[in-house]
Ligand binder design. Structure first.
Ligand SMILES: O=C(O)C(=O)C[C@]1(C(=O)O)C=C[C@@H](O)C=C1
Length: 282
């Protein structure tokens, strides 16, 4: 089976995908959008993409494409510890470094470290941590560094200058498996952390108590929400959709009726699936 992931090789997303799909063919993609497109056009059956980080919060691109591509659902979540290292080409010296490249999430997760120790050096966004490491390895004559993981340093032959530069010790990223089927991904080798449902909700129009009405549908059924995040609809300031997680197994009648009740008050619901959350190794 073909599994797309945000590449290139040695990205954090690949480390997650390799643990979730050890026997499948992993297809590196240049961006999160390309991962969604690969699933949408059938080039890959599933994809692994980042959804949320414990320091930096939601990966907004993933949320946006979940909203924009209603045919794509979630099969599982997987949480992985994240450790960032600053690395250079072994022929270079850190004293000469003029620019630090990485994925915006990684630069943000290491912001205070980089600001304290390398304040004067400009930081530049790259499509992934691994792409930044690869670029550094391919340009030995350019005085640049990358923030990436240990596997990227090994694969691209880079020298680690500073280890574990993430600003908080507890740094975890939540990845999701997306696909067009509403299959339940199972894996008895991995530790299961829990079960939840994901949905995207759009309110009909702005009116007093609109969100309260939605929340009350969950509240009186004792459906526990573990996440609610608003994201701009891009149709004008103040227009949002909501990503909601409901904890626990899906109960057809009770929970199914909740969705019907939401639709009866003209709330648009895109149910993304009921799925398990797994724990991965770093
Ligand atoms: O750049 C990578 O290596 C990725 O896999 C992306 C990503 C992200 O978007 O959150 C994944 C995990 C880390 O949080 C940093 C970057």
């Amino acid at each position: 089976m073909k599994i797309a992931f945000l590449g290139p090789h040695a990205s954090f997303t690949q480390l997650a995908a390799a643990q979730l799909f050890p026997d499948d063919e992993l297809l590196p993609q240049a961006s999160i959008l390309d991962c969604f497109n690969a699933v949408e056009n059938g080039e890959a059956v599933k994809a692994v993409v980042p959804l949320e980080n414990s320091i930096e919060g939601t990966v907004s691109m993933t949320l946006d494409y979940l909203y924009k591509t209603p045919s794509i659902k979630i099969e599982a979540e997987a949480v992985m510890p994240i450790a960032h290292h600053l690395m250079i080409h072994p022929e270079n010296s850190i004293e000469n470094i003029e620019r630090i490249y990485s994925h915006p999430q990684a630069l943000a997760q290491s912001f205070h470290f980089l600001d304290t120790h390398y304040k004067e050096i400009p930081k530049q966004d790259f499509s992934s941590t691994a792409a930044a490491a690869k670029f550094v390895s391919e340009n030995p004559d350019t005085p640049i560094a990358a923030v990436a993981n240990q596997f990227a340093a090994n694969l691209y032959g880079l020298k680690i200058i500073n280890r574990n530069i993430q600003d908080f010790e507890q740094n975890h990223t939540r990845f999701i498996i997306i696909s067009k089927q509403q299959n339940k991904y199972q894996n008895v080798q991995l530790e299961t952390l829990g079960e939840k449902s994901g949905m995207l909700i759009t309110l009909p129009e702005d009116h007093p108590g609109g969100l309260h009405q939605v929340l009350s549908v969950f509240a009186w059924r004792k459906m526990n929400l573990s996440k609610i995040e608003s994201r701009t609809l891009k149709t004008g300031l103040g227009n949002y959709f909501f990503f909601i997680n409901v904890e626990g197994p899906w109960q057809e009648v009770l929970h199914g009726n909740a969705l019907q009740e939401l639709e009866s008050i003209n709330v648009n619901v895109d149910f993304l699936g009921n799925y398990k959350e797994f724990l991965l190794e770093s």
